[in-house]
Design a protein around this ligand. Sequence first.
Ligand SMILES: [Fe+2]
Length: 480
Amino acid sequence: MVLQNDCPKWSQAILQPAKEFNLTPLPVLAGTIPPELTGTLYRNGPGRLSIGDRRVGHWFDGDGAVLGVNFGEGKASAVYRYVQTEGYQEETAAKKFLYPNYGMTSPGGWWENLKPTFKNVANTSVLALSDRLLALWEGGFPHALDLQTLETQGKDNLAFLSHNQPFSAHPKVDSGEIFNFGIGINSKIVLHLYKCNFQGKVTQQNTFPLPYLSLIHDFVVAGDYLVFFIPPVKANFLPVMLGRKAFCDAMEWKPQLGTQVLIFDRHTLSLVSQGTTEGWFQWHYTNGYVAEDGTLIVELVRYGDLQTNQYLKEVATGKTTTKAKGTLWEVRLEPQTGKVIANTQILDRWCEFPVIDPSKVGKSWRYTYLSSHREGVNENQEILTAIAQRCLRQIARFDRQENKLVVADMGTNIYPSEPIYVPSADEPTTGWLLTVVYDGNNHSSEVRIYHSDRLDAEPICRLGLPEVIPPSFHGTWRNQ
Ligand SMILES: [Fe+2]
């Protein structure tokens, strides 16, 4: 597969495999680094989406590469490294793809699909523990990296994960505890729940049977509860086993199943209630909390169907044509019954990657930060334009209290990553938003720092990166 000639500017960022670089001081292109900004921004995403003239089948298939940007004393430096997974090393040596993946059937033929040989691409997110950084991928074990050099130390089972216990890419950190899950595929489909400490040591776990394999990418902490919405997506294993379909094409949209609601007690990891409601799909939740009346409030980016999966598949080709608009919704639930009381769209703007101040996890919060697309006079035309150019052109702050959106528009052909919120030590209600952008005008990448209260102003600082960083999925901030 080769990129088409009429691909939009952003596609140049994924045309060639990204280049690693050693720790490099970053030049200030504009503005000033806040002197009190001290710590490291980590981001993970698919750095290699092709080997030779072959491209991966889905954006999720690219080999993970992690960017670390260190801030301190008004200066910044960065390092960028591929996660040295076994699959990455083998395919690099062979100079060709060897493994099936989410969007790829086995290059070796149908019989290869009978073996559990999916490549752990370690490309989705990162979790900073006290002594190491974990590169996460929802289908398998994390990989441990050195916090400073990002050198890969190896696959990490956290001293408790067994063979069929993946550790998903969306752990939640609250009050010194790390919550996470993994979908186990063996003779039964199960949901593993984990609670860990910052040494990566498990302190509690539980397992819950699921009726079928769905796409469960994320969950939410809401007060004393963990909430999962299981979308009406059912994997059809047979064509995957026969090598006729990749996994991503075997995910069938079954709206008649509805969305399954699972609510667990965060203290015991035991099931509190389950219910069924109308069908929708989500990749990501913003947050959740228990309201004063005892109901649960959950915010998420909701899609009407699974077309977003096709859209993300097309990203790997450099050109997208599928319409898949996700918008911000709030769901109100009864924790004891799993019943949905209200389901409301709160922002009719195409958005993704919602994040919050990390101190607000599981608690009531005011500001949701996210990536969004430009508001157009003609919504349909704008959507078509955004699809052609990839939608996420802005980062934004949604004020839940005032129902107000403030955006930072990146400009023509400039594409931001998910914003990461860094709280200010001096002003507890404000902070900075850090985003890594690809500038398609100059074929270069930057780190941009915005004040969270002044997104519509120029960035506080723009820092040049030595190489192009392809669009990434998720990141985190670690205080020094
Ligand atoms: Fe994600």
